[in-house]
Design a protein around this ligand. Sequence first.
Ligand code: NAG
Length: 313
Amino acid sequence: MSTREGKAPYEDVLMFLAICVIGGAYCYYSNREIPPFMNSLDQQQASPSVATKSKPLKASDHFSDHKHHLLLAATGSVATIKIPLILHALSHHTNLSVRLILSNSARQFLQAQSAEQPSLEEISKIKNLDGIYFDEDEWAKPWVRGDSILHIELRRWVDLLVVAPLSANGLAKVSQGFSDNLVTSVIRAWDFSGLIDGARPGVKLPYDSGKSAKDLEGLPEEFRAGGRKGIIVAPAMNTAMWKHPVTEKQLAVLEDEWGVANGGWFKVLRPMEKMLACGDTGSGAMRDWKEIVRVIEQRLELGGDADDDVKKG
Ligand SMILES: *[C@@H]1O[C@H](CO)[C@@H](O)[C@H](O)[C@H]1NC(C)=O
């Protein structure tokens, strides 16, 4: 305490209070950015209702709901702000159940900071959306034998996974088999063979497993229709990132080795050319969200009114 000699004991307290007042005033008057501690408060306030809607998931509870199961995911990119538009556009389908995964960075784009970026609370009210999941939901409580594992339950539950946007980092991870968060764990655990999960009663799986009629004959009933689950990704990134030679290598894995066009389970909706959020013009922007909606509707055979809806906007 020798360095503090000569100070009155309450000086530190006064200094602390002064910092609080100045800091608080700064945050209050600078309208530009939500300080990080307020962000976490927002999340705490938003989480109870989001959580009760999301947890716990047991895929077997939804086995016979006669609905198509769409898992929508966003990994950190500005294009995450299209997620509410995609959800709204899919909300009128009567036989669709949607669950949403937001990566930690994607979540930052949906914090009620503008009209096109509603809060998660608001988003959770959109019809057909039956759950929102974050990375930490995987570890919501210390695991004991008998507990379900979220990324496996989501994999069992889903018919079609759509990652829109898939960030540059997300593309790199997926193409190399990394599984360090919830969405990449679902992708890593995928039933690419079409021989693990099978089809649910009355609901066709979106892709073909490529097995011959003879092969299918000998299989258990849920596999006999020859369906397979699928993953559609819509990459979005800065032009320079998109043009980088490593992108083509990673896309080749998804499109050539694992692509549906070659009998696989992956489909890439390549970016389009436009002015990007960072100010650069060029390719790298996520495919138009309306087109993503149309692809989902066609893939899940959600009904023929899709095109009209897109035109009506
Ligand atoms: C869901 O509804 C659409 C449109 O009515 C229909 O084409 C599709 O077969 C339905 N799917 C299931 C699983 O009932």
